[in-house]
Design a binder for this molecule. Structure first.
Ligand SMILES: Cc1cc2nc3c(=O)[nH]c(=O)nc-3n(C[C@H](O)[C@H](O)[C@H](O)COP(=O)(O)OP(=O)(O)OC[C@H]3O[C@@H](n4cnc5c(N)ncnc54)[C@H](O)[C@@H]3O)c2cc1C
Length: 393
């Protein structure tokens, strides 16, 4: 396993649970044992949790897995023919099966290096130390990460400016109407949200815009997307495009599987290629990759066809989504309302072609969401699914 985080750990645990008692090597370039990232932009940044709550497993649980755990060392090369992984410390690790789970890193903007990004524990602690009441924080990018950081910073009393190039934040992902509702939350909480604004340079002291203007700041957080960590695979012959390209079994080559944020694979349930940067998928795909790795013959492998899930917490509001929302043809609000002044709870359904492909909800019970998830997994037709909804829009 290369990448010692959610996906790599899930793969290692699945091998052991399935009774595999050979050597399992888990290589990670961070010095920390596997830890959870979602709290970084929530409880860690907000100061409610300390770093001690982040490890995905306790020391005893990790020890019980009997891993050859190599932390603080990067994989630098892969030879699929010779079945070895080269490490930065000069070691060559042989393998029978490999799971590539190296995740993504933040995309950066030109600048003097003084701007923050938010991916690792060290990033989160570094930013947390700088946020106090009155800090002028500029957040570049109003995606889920930027939005969560803006919300937490407001909670700490920082003055937050949120800059976003698109007219409506998150519109390609969730649709314009829903994107507008999520933006409203920023305005309601005193964030200076500026849309249609593109940043060309981010420094410790502020940002420069395409029109030549500047926004001054005490701290800048750049949250403008991510880049898959695939450079170490160069020259391996594996196909790298938008991440490591895998088939419907999550396989990239014989004996090599991809899992988590770094992997782009064909999901047969939706008939499309996807790369998912969400926590639940990392675990599920790590497990699926390990199971397929252990299959006695290729025919025994199972396609990896999940209904993706994610959540995001902003201003005390929990956003949850199932399915594949991107590239939708239509969004319909089937429960609650998006109107200003409404209770705030709603469920939006997403159509692609004649199928229900996703739902996004705020303030809905887990039972309601589970029912919709089941319909998506069953490949429900849009007309049937939306007709059945209790209060169609
Ligand atoms: C701040 C933050 C908040 C988030 N909030 C949510 C949320 O609310 N909901 C949600 O669904 N998802 C959320 N996510 C996304 C979720 O955390 C990721 O989807 C998940 O961590 C992916 O796990 P992974 O194992 O695939 O990759 P990663 O967690 O990125 O782990 C990959 C590991 O591999 C290491 N690595 C990279 N290259 C090499 C190499 N060459 N050799 C060795 N090791 C290497 C990396 O340093 C890293 O430790 C959030 C992410 C962040 C950063």
């Amino acid at each position: 396993m290369v990448g010692a985080s959610a996906a790599g750990l899930a793969a290692a645990e699945t091998l052991r649970r399935a009774g595999y008692d050979g050597t399992v090597t888990l290589v990670g370039d961070e010095p920390h044992a596997p830890y959870d990232r979602p709290p970084l932009s929530k409880q860690i940044l907000g100061g409610q949790w300390d770093a001690g709550r982040l490890p995905l497993r306790g020391r005893d649980e990790l020890d019980a897995l009997g891993l050859d755990l190599r932390l603080g060392v990067a994989a630098t090369g892969l030879d699929p023919a010779g079945r070895t992984v080269a490490l930065a410390d000069g070691a060559e690790v042989p393998y029978d099966g490999l799971v590539v789970a190296t995740g993504v890193r933040p995309r950066r903007l030109p600048g003097d290096g003084g701007a923050h990004v938010l991916r690792t524990l060290d990033d989160a602690l570094g930013l947390r130390d700088r946020l106090t009441a009155g800090t002028r924080l500029v957040v570049v990018g109003a995606g889920f990460l930027g939005a969560e950081a803006a919300a937490v910073a407001r909670g700490l009393g920082a003055e937050v400016t949120l800059l976003e190039p698109a007219p409506v934040p998150l519109a390609p992902a969730v649709g314009e109407e829903v994107g507008r509702v999520l933006s409203r939350a920023h305005l309601d909480h005193g964030v200076d949200l500026r849309t249609g604004v593109t940043v060309t340079e981010a420094t410790g002291g502020g940002v420069r815009l395409t029109d030549g203007g500047r926004v001054a700041a005490d701290e800048v957080l750049v949250a403008v997307g991510s880049v898959p960590n695939t450079e170490w695979l160069e020259g391996s012959g594996l196909t790298v495009g938008n991440g490591l390209e895998c088939d419907e079994f999550s396989a990239a080559a014989p004996g090599v599987y991809g899992a988590g944020d770094v992997a782009c694979w064909h999901n047969p349930l939706f008939g499309t290629v996807m790369r998912i940067e969400h926590r639940t998928n990392a675990t599920e795909q790590g497990m699926a990759a390990a199971r397929n790795l252990l299959a006695p013959e290729p025919e025994a492998r199972r396609p990896y066809q999940p209904v993706p899930y994610f959540w995001s917490d902003q201003y005390g509001m929990r956003i949850q989504a199932y399915g594949h929302l991107r590239g939708h043809d239509e969004v319909a609000v089937v429960e609650g309302s998006l109107e200003e002044g409404a209770e705030g709870a709603f469920l939006a359904a997403y159509r692609r072609g004649d199928r229900l492909t996703g739902v996004l909800a705020v303030g809905m019970s887990p039972r309601v969401l589970r029912d919709w998830r089941r319909s998506i997994a069953a490949g429900a037709r849009w007309a049937d699914a939306v007709r059945r909804a209790p209060t169609p829009a």
